[in-house]
Design a protein around this ligand. Sequence first.
Ligand SMILES: [Zn+2]
Length: 330
Amino acid sequence: MRAGRLAEPTDVPQRLDPLLAALTRHGITPEMPQDHGRAPALAVHAPGYLDYLATAYQRWQDLPNAGPEVLPNLSPYWNAVPGMQRPPCPSEAIIAQTGYYLGDLAVPLGPDSWISIIAASHVAASAADAVLSGAPASYALCRPSGHHARADRANGFCYVNNAAIAAQRLREKFARVAVLDVDAHHGDGTQEIFYARGDVLTVSMHADPKIYYPFFTGYEAERGHGEGAGANRNIPMPRGASDEDFHGAIDSALATIRAFGAEALILSLGFDSHRDDPIGILGVTTAGFGGVGRGIRQLGLPVVVVQEGGYQIEVIGDCLGAFLDGFVQG
Ligand SMILES: [Zn+2]
C-alpha cells in the first residue's frame, strides 16, 4: 500500500537476475546455502515472532473470508524502552498477532513467504560461516532484505534481519563486530537489535528520516543505550545527496569503525541510494558504489556483504559490479 492505494511491488524476484549476472561477470560462482533451520534467526529474534511468521499464512486461511495475504488491521501502541524487549503477544488470535508482529503494510505474508524468509537467513548464516572459515569476504544474496526487521517485528519489506544474523554469528570468533549500513533507508531493525550491546557497533548512513522512511528512527542523537552507549551512530544525508556526500559519509563511518576496534565487518549493501531508484531520494551514481567497495577493502577487515534494497532493475547489477570493481581496486 502506498499513499492509500494498492501499489505495484518494488521488491520483485526479478531483482535477483541482474545481481547474479554481475557476479558471473566477475567470475564469482554462487553457492547454495546450507539449511541451518531456525537457529541463526533465533539468535537475534524472539521465538514467538518466528513461530508466528512460520504459521501465520496457514492460520489465516481459517478466518472467514480470509484475503489472499496476511496483512494487519491493527497497530498496537508500544512505548519502547531502549534495550527492553516486548513481551510475546498476549493473544493467540491471528488478527491480534498480525497487528503485533507485522509493523506496516509492506510486509504481507503469502503462501511462500516463510520459505523465502528462512532461506534468506540461511544465506546470511552461510556467508558468515565462510568468513568464520577464513574467507576474507563473502556476499549474501538475500531476498527478502532484512535491515528493517526488529527482534520481534517485520517492517518495510523485511522479516528476518539477515545482517544481524551474520553479525551475531561472527561474534563466535570475533570479539568486536561492526555493521555498516549504506542502504538509502535507516537500518532501524539492526540498530534496535544491538542497541544495548557494546560488542556490536552499528553505523547507518541514509536519507534524512525527517523526510524519508522509516521516519521515527535514524537520527544522530541515537547513540546506543546501557552497555551499548556510544556503539550506535546515524549519519543522515540530505535529499539528492551526491557521490561526494555519500563518500564523505562512508569515510566518516569507516573512521568510527576503526576507532571502535572492530575485528570483522558486516556491510548492509542497498542500491536504493541510486539516483534512478523508484522509491529513492538520494543522488548517488552507479560509479558511486565503487567508492563503497574501495573503502570497505581498504578497511582490511574480514567482511560479510549482505544484500539489502535497491529496486531499479536496470541499474542494480551495474551497481553491484561497480562495488566489486572498487573492492578489487581497494
Ligand atoms: Zn532501502
